[in-house]
Design a protein around this ligand. Structure first.
Ligand SMILES: *[C@@H]1O[C@H](CO)[C@@H](O)[C@H](O)[C@H]1NC(C)=O
Ligand SMILES: *[C@@H]1O[C@H](CO)[C@@H](O)[C@H](O)[C@H]1NC(C)=O
Length: 250
C-alpha cells in the first residue's frame, strides 16, 4: 500500500512535469499557502469524492483552510518531488483530526487528493524538499498547523470588517489589514473577483518575511470573499483512483 502510494505520488509528479530528484540547491523560504473554500469549491467541485469538504457530509471550513507548506526559491520557482523518506500515515495519526478540519480536501479533480490522502501529496511533492529544515514528517505537518493557528488570517479579516459576503472589498485594504497584524505582505490570487489563495511567507527560521517572491497578483482592485455553501452535486462521479493508477503504473 505504502509503496503503491509512493508510486502514485511519483507518477503525479512525473505527469506534472517535475523530475523526481534531489533539489539542486536548497530552498530559500517557506510559503504557508491557504485557500478560500467557497472559491475553491466553485472552481473544482463538479463532482464529489467521499472526502470532498465542498460536498454535503463534509465539514464546512470556517474560513481559510491550509493548502500546503511549500519550500520556495527567491526567484519565484520551487523545488518539488525531492528524494526523501516515504510518507507514513501512522506518523500523523495524532494530527489526524486537526488535519481533517483545517487541511480539508476541496478538489476531486486531482486524483491524489481524492482518497483522504492529500497529505501524501503535500508531503511527497513539497515536504520532501523541506528536509534540510524539517526532516521529520510529523514535524512537517505539525509546523504547518502551528503556523496556521498562530497566523489566523480569517480572524484578522473578520475583525477588520472583511466578512464573507457578496460585497466587494478593496484588495489594498485586505492586504494592509494582514500586513499590519502580522508584519508580512500576503500574496493573494483570485478567480475572477473571488479571493482564491493567500500565502504568508516565512524564513527558514519561521520568522515572517517582508513578502513572498514576485509581486504579481491575479486579483482585480476590488475583490470578494464569497460565503461558503455546500455544492449540490452527485456522489456518482467518484474517480476510480486505484484502477486508474494501477493501469498506468503496471
Ligand atoms: C480563526 O479565526 C476565526 C474567526 O475569528 C475563528 O472562527 C477560527 O476558529 C479561527 N481558526 C483557528 C484555527 O483558530
Ligand atoms: C439538489 O438538487 C436537486 C435537483 O435539482 C434538488 O431536488 C435537491 O433538493 C437539491 N439539494 C439540495 C441540498 O439543495
Amino acid at each position: 500500500m505504502a509503496s503503491l502510494l509512493s508510486a502514485v505520488v511519483l507518477l503525479s509528479c512525473l505527469l506534472s512535469g517535475f523530475a523526481y530528484a534531489v533539489a539542486e540547491t536548497d530552498f530559500d523560504f517557506f510559503a504557508l499557502a491557504l485557500e478560500w473554500p467557497a472559491t475553491s469549491c466553485s472552481i473544482n467541485s463538479k463532482t464529489c469524492c467521499p472526502y470532498n469538504g465542498c460536498c454535503p457530509g463534509g465539514s464546512p471550513p470556517p474560513g481559510f483552510t491550509i493548502r500546503g507548506l511549500w519550500p520556495d526559491y527567491n526567484d519565484g520557482s520551487y523545488p518539488s518531488c525531492c528524494e526523501g523518506p516515504a510518507y507514513d500515515e501512522t506518523k500523523i495519526s495524532s494530527l489526524r483530526s486537526a488535519m481533517d478540519k483545517y487541511w480539508t480536501i476541496l478538489n476531486c479533480k486531482m486524483t491524489s487528493s481524492c482518497i483522504k490522502k492529500r497529505p501524501v501529496w503535500a508531503h511527497q511533492k513539497h515536504g520532501t524538499c523541506a528536509t534540510s529544515v524539517i526532516p521529520d514528517q510529523q514535524e512537517y505537518f505539525l509546523t504547518a498547523l502551528q503556523l496556521y493557528l498562530k497566523y489566523n488570517v480569517t480572524d484578522v479579516l473578520v475583525k477588520a470588517g472583511y466578512k464573507p459576503s457578496s460585497k466587494t472589498y478593496p484588495l489594498t485594504g485586505i492586504v494592509s489589514a494582514i500586513e499590519s497584524a502580522f508584519n508580512t505582505k500576503p500574496q493573494i490570487t483570485c478567480n475572477d473577483k473571488n479571493v482564491y489563495q493567500l500565502r504568508l511567507c516565512f524564513t527558514k527560521e519561521f520568522e515572517v518575511r517582508e513578502s513572498c517572491a514576485g509581486e504579481s497578483t491575479s486579483c482585480p482592485e476590488y475583490v470578494s470573499l464569497p460565503k461558503f455553501a455546500f455544492r449540490n452535486v452527485t456522489k456518482a462521479a467518484e474517480i476510480d483512483w486505484f484502477s486508474t493508477i494501477k493501469s498506468v503504473v503496471s
